[in-house]
Ligand binder design. Structure first.
Ligand code: ZN
Length: 328
């Protein structure tokens, strides 16, 4: 009796995950209202919410700056909690950046006294929904380490089940936050990591909650495709730029997960979300003592992170809210 109940529970959970994953993988892109296409979150067949006509503007939604509002919610918690699933080997993985030093650096990067309160993240406050604007605050809240529970090679459906195995178990279930799955350099996300994307974000219903999550691999796996420079401002040694490179992708995906969490809020007529519109555009840089370029300083470190599209003053990529726009 106990065994068969347990078995049934297992199959119900499995069925649920399969159903959720089917929705994630099978529903293709389709043209939306106003001729817009839906954003991909960098996954060609990611889940797409039903596009709604934009509701009446209650004063919090500003349009006409090169990016459009499609009626869906944004994440407007202050701060937005960030949860990390460190997947693979983050103690002594195959590349020198698969390390505890990377864990420490990136969790500090995502702190409320670092990226989470910066004049850079404040650019995100130019986005909102009919409830309120994005706060511009985020904060690393909790992490788990996942020792290859799904092996070293998996696709999008398995990624969803990895997230589901932690949310509501050893991480809180929180529809107001963003979950990052950060993989060591020996892990391959087969839908296109290092081939067609450096990271992506999407969402899925997990145990009744709309969970927003992103995949970001250690970009030392493909320095030429996903790193702006092989030695970053925080590199512990020449060529060990994975942590700095990941900070750039994390920036991109968290901005988008906050302004377009269900893939039905903010994107332009080409389906580009706010960070896509400034992808790998950094603006003016300075040079650190180790020769690496950087364009931001906060939280006691220099960083090389892409600009974000500011939804005001006509729209453009900038390094700080209200700062000058740059095209590269
Ligand atoms: Zn993007």
């Amino acid at each position: 009796m106990t065994a068969s109940l347990g078995k049934m529970k297992f199959f119900l959970v499995l069925l649920f995950i399969v159903l959720a994953a089917n929705f994630l993988a099978a529903q293709g892109l389709r043209p939306g209202a106003n001729g817009d296409t839906t954003p991909t979150g960098h996954v060609p067949d990611a889940a797409v919410g039903t596009l709604m006509a934009a509701p009446p503007n209650n004063g919090t939604v500003v349009q006409g700056n090169g990016i459009n509002y499609h009626g869906g919610p944004v994440l407007n918690a202050s701060p937005v909690p960030i949860y990390i699933i460190w997947y693979g080997n983050w103690t002594n993985g195959p590349k020198p950046s698969d390390s505890q030093a990377t864990v420490n650096l990136l969790e500090g990067f995502l702190g409320s006294n670092s990226l989470g309160g910066s004049s850079y993240e404040a650019i995100n406050t130019t986005y909102g929904d009919n409830t309120s604007n994005v706060s511009g605050h985020l904060n690393f809240t909790a992490h788990v380490f996942d020792n290859y529970s799904a092996g070293k090679k998996f696709g999008d459906r398995t990624l969803t089940s990895i997230v589901a195995s932690h949310v509501g178990h050893d991480l809180p279930s929180d529809a107001t936050g963003v979950y990052l799955v950060l993989t060591s350099s020996d892990v391959n996300e087969t839908s296109g990591f290092c081939r067609t994307y450096c990271g992506f974000h999407t969402h899925a219903t997990i145990n009744g909650a709309d969970i927003k999550y992103a995949f970001i691999g250690n970009v030392d796996k493909c320095q030429s495709g996903c790193e702006i420079q092989s030695t970053g401002p925080n590199s512990p040694a020449p060529g060990v730029g994975g942590a700095d490179g990941m900070s750039n992708v994390i920036t991109h995906e968290t901005e988008e997960a906050i302004t377009d969490p269900d893939l039905n809020a903010w994107f332009d007529a080409s389906g580009n979300e706010d960070a896509d519109k400034c992808n790998f555009k950094f603006g003016p840089t300075q040079t650190a003592s180790n020769g690496a370029k950087f364009n931001q300083t906060f939280g006691g470190h220099n960083w090389m992170i892409q600009m974000e599209w500011e939804n005001s003053r006509g729209g453009g990529c900038d390094q700080t809210l209200g700062g000058p726009f740059f095209t590269n």
